[in-house]
Design a protein around this ligand. Structure first.
Ligand code: HEC
Length: 258
């Protein structure tokens, strides 16, 4: 090894590198701590019944505005374990053929005029935002006077999406409190939600409704996840069996050599 390479791997450089990694990591953790605490979605994409309910929720409550343009209907049916007839009867309201992409008819320009912002395609939202974010998002709409939609959201402030699930959840208001900081400033801190009107669903039922919907969105973001998990189990099982064979084979080969 020449001297330059040796210097590159010197203990001091390594220490500096580790320190840099540690600082970046703690800064990331601190930055994340600034945002609203996310609830845990506790969803399971291996749960096919939940995925089916989530797909139904999505088609009925979200697809008026949000496409899933990278997903085909027949691919969806495969992942949910439903037949093509079930697909056509229950989930295909706007498409003609099972091979169609899950697009929507609303022109983006009109959507921008109606809502102020075009509702984003949600195929990859589960991957970009994460399930916990989506779960918290759908549970964090609260009533606010004087805005066009009548609501605001704790995790996406001043958003232009209406609370499309309000009939199911009922309406809630957010209680904030001014907290004095050490440097003399005050923070408008969120404390809790208070239910104003009841919804069609109980709180537990609403949580389950949201969990199923989020589960479906996580699946839509990465349909191959299911297949990968199944393969993973097979591969580990193979390695275990193979390991056992190799062990006894080794014992057999070496038994006469002292
Ligand atoms: C009436 C139209 C409409 C419906 C129906 C609707 N949304 Fe939205 N949605 C919007 C608009 C508009 C935005 C853009 C909000 C913004 O960025 O201000 C949005 C944004 C979002 C976002 C992005 C949040 C982010 O952090 O960027 C998610 C996630 C979302 N919607 C989920 C859903 C789900 C799930 C449903 C069904 C339960 C749904 N939406 C139904 C109009 C709608």
């Amino acid at each position: 090894m020449n001297n330059r390479i040796k210097r590159l791997f010197s203990v001091a450089t390594l220490r500096a590198f580790m320190a840099a990694v540690f600082v970046t990591w703690t800064m990331g953790a601190m930055a994340a701590g600034d945002t609203t605490q996310l609830l845990s979605a506790n969803n399971d994409i291996g749960n096919q019944a939940s995925l089916q309910r989530g797909a139904r929720n999505y088609v009925n409550y979200c697809m008026g505005c949000h496409s899933l343009q990278y997903m085909r209907y027949n691919q969806l049916a495969k992942g949910l374990g439903i037949s093509e007839d079930q697909l056509i009867d229950n989930l295909m309201f706007t498409a003609d053929r099972p091979t169609d992409m899950m697009t929507i008819a609303m022109p983006p320009a009109d959507a921008a005029t109606w809502f102020g912002r075009t509702p984003p395609d949600l195929t990859l939202i589960g991957r970009s935002r994460g399930s916990d974010y989506l779960y918290t998002f759908l549970k964090s709409f609260y009533v606010e006077e004087g805005v066009p939609t009548g609501v605001n959201n704790l995790v996406l402030a001043n958003l232009s999406m209406p609370h499309v699930l309000w009939e199911l959840q009922g309406l809630q208001k957010a209680v904030f409190e001014d907290v004095a900081n050490e440097d003399g400033t005050t923070t408008h801190a969120f404390r809790r939600f208070e239910q104003i009107t009841g919804g069609i669903l109980t709180e537990d039922e609403y949580n389950q409704f949201v969990r199923d919907t989020v589960n479906f969105l996580e699946y839509a973001g990465e349909p191959s996840q299911l297949e990968r998990r199944r393969l993973g189990v097979l591969v580990i099982a193979f390695l275990l069996v193979f390991g056992l064979f190799s062990y006894y084979l080794k014992k057999e080969f070496w038994k006469d050599i002292k």
